[in-house]
Design a protein around this ligand. Structure first.
Ligand SMILES: Nc1ncnc2c1ncn2[C@@H]1O[C@H](COP(=O)(O)OP(=O)(O)O)[C@@H](O)[C@H]1O
Ligand SMILES: [Mg+2]
Length: 339
């Protein structure tokens, strides 16, 4: 009979300590108040879709939350995947965020499993439309900075993750003006590396032309075949060369695990929560089999009750834990340098 794997239990119970990142950034007067307030805002972006931007926001926020950090996720994608699917919210179709960007009104997050979430959705297109009208005087950048700054001031988030969509550059530019750090997830194909390139160009322009204070934190390879260690090393090297002096890719890689990804979205859970649930499900499956063997139950479980992920799901959860730690470490180091 299968017993619970102790390594897995350790992974699930291992927590990121709050002390891994200083509560005080130590930033001095060279930064204005706004930068100080928004110093933990991380933009997750790549001009390409399907590279795990939303999944990363979901699972990294969850690791942070379970480590005692207060976290906000801003769904900046007109598709609204992270709020609607990954967090399972009944969204306002991005209205609150769109209004904040268009009129500078306050942001009011929902709370899901301890994580604050600002919903995304098609209403974001409305803000874009307004800003695009010549002479409208609407500044998405300034409005978002103001609204996000006020919310950060009030709730003192340890970390804010902005998930972005692959398409619109005007939105992306506004997010870059509000963020302090940039993380670029990428899968290892030509198109995604090209997406990293495009992202890099946009980022460089925001910094040099528009005075954005955003700094590249790292790129992370996603959907990797974790068994192909030699190939992964080569791909990471290729990515490092493509990034050049911009900065090192993260050591952490996010493995391909379709079963966990499907369960995550179906049940609106993070990779960690799916892994934890996987353990519970395995136990109940065993109980069920025992019952069936005794003839006390018959029939298959309902399809919607079926969980696809097995214990391997915890390896994906561990990838996100390692990545989260690395993100915290890098931010901590850079903040110390800037201090
Ligand atoms: N580790 C993973 N392994 C396999 N598929 C994944 C993984 N993480 C996410 N997915 C799936 O890949 C697709 C794209 O992920 P998503 O996070 O939405 O990317 P993006 O936000 O960059 O468009 C989704 O269908 C998601 O369920
Ligand atoms: Mg997405």
């Amino acid at each position: 009979m299968t017993t619970e794997n102790p390594t897995e239990a350790n992974l699930l119970s291992r927590r990121v300590s709050r002390t891994e990142i200083g509560k005080q950034s130590g930033m001095n007067g060279s930064m204005d108040d706004w930068t100080q307030t928004l110093r933990r805002v991380v933009l997750v972006a790549n001009r390409k879709g399907g590279v795990c931007k939303s999944s990363l926001c979901r699972s990294v926020s969850s690791v942070l939350e379970s480590g005692g950090y207060s976290v906000l996720v801003v769904d900046g994608d007109p598709q609204g995947n992270v709020s609607e699917i990954d967090f399972g919210l009944e969204t306002d179709r991005g209205r609150n965020l769109a209004m904040a960007m268009q009129y500078g009104t306050d942001l009011s997050p929902e709370n899901v499993r301890g994580i604050d979430v600002i919903c995304g959705g098609p209403e974001l297109q409305g803000a874009l439309g307004a800003a695009g009208i010549p002479g409208s005087g609407v500044s998405l950048d300034a409005n978002l900075r103001g609204a996000l700054g006020r919310l950060c001031e009030e709730r003192k988030y340890d970390m804010v993750l902005i998930d972005s969509g692959p398409g619109d550059t005007m939105l992306l530019d506004a997010y870059m003006m509000s963020a302090r750090w940039l993380i670029v997830p990428t899968i290892s194909d030509e198109a995604s590396f090209a997406g990293v390139d495009k992202m890099g160009a946009r980022y460089a322009e925001a910094v040099s032309q528009r005075g954005a204070e955003i700094e590249f934190l790292g790129a992370v390879l996603t959907k990797v075949d974790h068994q192909a260690t030699a190939r992964n090393k080569a791909i990471r090297q290729e990515l490092a060369e493509a990034l050049g002096s911009a900065g090192e890719p993260f050591e952490a890689m996010i493995r391909y695990n379709a079963a966990n990804a499907i369960d995550s979205r179906r049940h609106a859970l993070s990779a960690q929560e799916v892994a934890a649930e996987g353990v519970t499900q395995r136990k109940s499956r065993l109980t069920e089999l025992r019952h069936r063997a005794r003839g006390s139950r018959n029939g298959e479980p309902e399809v919607q009750d079926a969980w696809w992920s097995r214990s391997s799901g915890s390896a994906l959860a561990a990838d996100y834990e390692v990545l989260t730690r690395e993100i915290l470490t890098r931010i901590g180091q850079k903040e110390a340098v800037n201090a």
